[in-house]
Design a protein around this ligand. Structure first.
Ligand code: ATP
Ligand code: MG
Length: 568
């Protein structure tokens, strides 16, 4: 066993496992991750994936990936492929055995018959709405269905008829016969099977009756010899049914269910059903829109498997439901990219400066580091010429004393280059700035500005050596923190969640990036100095300019901005 203490081997679940393994020395530890293939995986699923697969690693066991494919109406093979891809991307391929609940449809059917034969299940002909009404509430006991006391023989015959397609959809269901007065509503004769006439992606047209999640899940766990079946807290009540079914069908193996709190993340929706609405209503460009909390969206945004795993580890495993700060997620990728991303300059909102005291053909090559603290990343070449682009908001025509960037009559330092002084502004007849006329002090390469009061450094790009780029800046999709229980979440959309900017990056660097993207279809990561961490976007392949997604800002600006809004 792994001896280093971390979040995965020092939480309430690992303590239960340690205890179980002490008691049963021969136990082969086995978990599973059971997604329903009705959408793409999101960061909440990643919490569960990491927990299940990391525990399998620590306890030298296994974790199955099991598709809970019991509702063909909502499922699709494209979701199955996307889920497999995401889990492999996270790096858990090695620990995964792939199963489908649909592999066990025949076994489920036999176990259902076993329950009928024990007088513990019956075919009901109430409608879905009637079943719901008869179930009662927490304050009101349920009412027995008029079909509850059918004989075992009659139930066997009717269940066969259900299986043979002799009932129309919705006209019959199989229910467990437990207790309509149970304090636990789930135990009030839950439905075990329903009729669905729909082709299944795995079993095709073989079945028209499909088991409910609660029936299929516990039996699948038992068949696969899962030892610890880990799920989120909302399944706490379902545990009664889980244990009731396994006890009454008497499986040789008895898995145990344990619950932990689900991930809720600020400004985010973590529900496949709701995320699907965003896709269908075209509020986002797809499941992989970089604003989506899906693993495919986060991958496109620039999150790496290691940053997601680090986040999942840091949030910990407990039974307390809480709302995790978005800044914690952002920290995980910022911290990583700070060490690994190549630094370079980009201009998102350009304005020109004209260095009047340089020759028309002035051209200088500057060799600059790709990372100030990581020499191993090497150096890069940039060109310094007479006309440069700087960021529009790095110059102000009218300013107050606090303004520390470029202003008329003041000096500023150009990153990796010279000190310049703004002298005049050249405007067109509409009063738009064409360029800022500056002088350049060629004796100042690598020196500090003379004006100690204004030590600012700004970034720049040679106009002659610029290459067009689009920068996609993201903010959260929603403008309220807690969306967990909100059904009207579409009322809280953040209109600024995507802002695109047209700007430039250095031509030689751009060419290299372009070549790498086209030849190897890889994603490249950058810190654009003073702006943020960015990665290349797949859309670049179809354009003659580069497209970058802002993964995360340099600092926690979203939180700072919101604090300001709240304080004002
Ligand atoms: P969704 O509402 O997103 O569809 P779900 O629970 O219905 O979620 P499943 O595909 O059934 O989705 O989930 C597979 C596993 O992932 C389950 O064990 C579930 O408990 C876990 N899971 C889902 N959402 C979260 C979350 N937010 N935090 C932690 N685990 C989660
Ligand atoms: Mg589910």
């Amino acid at each position: 066993m792994n001896t280093t203490i971390n979040e995965y081997n020092n939480n309430f679940i690992s303590h239960i496992i340690d205890h179980d393994l002490k008691k049963q020395k021969k136990m082969f530890f086995h978990t599973r991750f059971p997604p329903e293939p009705n959408g793409y995986l999101h960061i909440g699923h990643a919490k569960s994936i990491c927990l299940n697969f990391e525990l399998a690693k620590i306890y030298q066991g296994k974790c199955n990936l099991r598709f809970d494919d019991t509702n063909p109406i909502k499922e699709n093979i494209k979701y199955i492929n996307a889920i497999k891809y995401d889990i492999t991307w996270l790096g858990y391929q090695k620990y995964q055995n792939i199963h489908y609940a649909s592999e066990y449809f025949e076994i489920f059917y036999q176990y259902a018959k076993k329950l009928i034969k024990k007088g513990l299940a019956y075919v009901d002909e109430l409608t879905k709405e009637e079943i719901h009404k008869y179930r009662g509430t927490l304050k009101k006991p349920g009412i027995n269905s008029p079909y509850r006391n059918r004989s075992i023989e009659e139930n066997i015959t009717l269940f066969k008829k259900m299986k043979n397609g002799e009932f129309a959809e919705g006209k019959a269901s199989l229910r467990a016969k437990i207790n309509m007065n149970s304090a636990c509503i789930i135990m009030r004769d839950p439905v075990l099977y329903r009729i669905i006439f729909c082709q299944h992606h795995q079993t095709k047209k073989k079945w028209c009756i499909y088991p409910m999640y609660d029936f299929a899940h516990c039996i699948s766990d038992a068949i696969e010899k899962i030892t610890h079946s880990l799920c989120t807290l909302e399944f706490q009540d379902n545990k009664n049914l889980y244990n009731w079914i396994l006890k009454n069908i008497n499986t040789p193996h008895r898995p145990k269910q344990y619950e932990f709190s689900r991930l809720n993340l600020e400004y985010s929706i973590l529900s496949k059903r709701k995320l699907k609405i965003l896709v269908e209503k075209k509020i986002v460009s797809g499941w992989d829109d970089p604003r989506m909390p899906t693993l495919s969206g986060m991958r496109r945004r620039g999150y790496t498997p290691s940053s997601i795993k680090e986040f999942c580890k840091n949030i910990g495993i407990t039974k307390q439901n809480n709302l995790i700060e978005l800044s914690m997620l952002e920290y995980s990728i910022r911290n990583e990219l700070n060490k690994t991303a190549i630094r370079t300059m980009a201009i998102l909102d350009p304005i020109k400066i004209y260095l009047y005291n340089l020759n028309e053909n002035h051209e200088e090559v500057l060799i600059i580091p790709k990372h100030p603290y990581n020499d191993k990343l090497g150096t890069q070449k940039i060109f310094f010429t007479k006309i440069l682009y700087i960021e529009r908001n790095d110059f102000q025509e009218k300013y107050n004393n606090q303004y520390k960037k470029l202003k008329i009559g003041c000096e500023i330092r150009l990153r990796y280059a010279y000190i310049i002084k703004a002298e005049k502004i050249k405007k067109d007849k509409n009063e738009n700035i064409i360029y800022i006329i500056c002088s350049c002090n060629l004796k100042t390469l690598g020196k500090k500005p003379i004006d100690k009061k204004n030590p600012s450094v700004i970034h720049w790009i040679s106009v002659k050596y610029s290459f067009p780029a689009q920068f996609r800046l993201y903010e959260p999709l929603f403008n309220i923190k807690s969306l967990d229980k909100k059904e009207d979440f579409l009322l809280n959309l953040n209109s600024q969640s995507l802002v695109t900017k047209k700007g430039f990056i250095e031509k030689n660097i751009a060419k290299k990036i372009h070549k790498k993207i086209i030849q190897n279809n890889i994603k490249l990561f950058f810190q654009f100095e003073r702006i943020g961490y960015f990665c290349t976007d797949i859309d670049t392949l179809q354009r003659n300019y580069l497209i970058f997604n802002r993964t995360v800002s340099l600092r926690d600006t979203w939180n700072e901005k919101n604090k300001k809004i709240i304080n004002n």
